[in-house]
Design a protein around this ligand. Sequence first.
Ligand code: PGA
Length: 263
Amino acid sequence: MSGSTVTPWVIGNWKMNPVQADAQQLIQEFKELLQNNDISEQACRIGVAPVSIALMNVKAAFENAASPVHTVAQDVSRIAGTGAYTGEVSAELLKDSQIQLVLVGHSERREIFADSPQILCEKVKNALNAGLTVVYCIGESLEQRDAGQAEQVVLQQICDIAPVVEAEQWKQIIVAYEPIWAIGTGKTASPEDAQSMHAAIREGLKQLTPYGQQMAILYGGSVKPENAVELAACPDINGALVGGASLNAGSFYKIAQAFAETE
Ligand code: PGA
């Protein structure tokens, strides 16, 4: 039990998975689990982030779920509004389709698609101005951790976006700390290491905004049912961003339940 009043969020990041038939089955299985034993929004908020072409189908499929399941976009354009920008999806178009949340700055975007701090600032700014909630992902590489720079790197990633966040917009931000070396590797930060980084992030946020104490800071990187309970017990870990384990309905449900129960 955290003593924190922050309602946790557990968000499944499906990345470039799964094919439609598998997505429908996954959703069906997850809805059945919620039907048998629902998870209230007060205990834990749940989201899933499918590929952009599936956003509307996934949203529709969850409409009658026993507990709300929010549909989250995995990325947003650096360009606002509408216009001649082939291949892009703007924050306004997400909002227009009733998508309320978006991931920004996932390490795969930073590393594979060259999302620089400047590009991320543009994405964050557009998303916030369109009224979306941003799940802003940060995290250090193994080299940076081994060099003793993990905290500095992560705090800098938060400071990077500070200039584009207006005072009241910090309420629209969820932070997801995902050490890159723990993503998809089966390695998780120990609960002690994760908590200590989350506490440092919390302090950093509190220096930037009075809302820092209430902001959700999620942990990500090989979260699974086996480690979710311990992670959920850490005072500054307010949920999880789950990759691989979110593609299994039972595993994802157990992770959400772990966070709901520590509330
Ligand atoms: P993982 O991915 O749970 O498969 O490590 C987490 C993420 O990249 O968000």
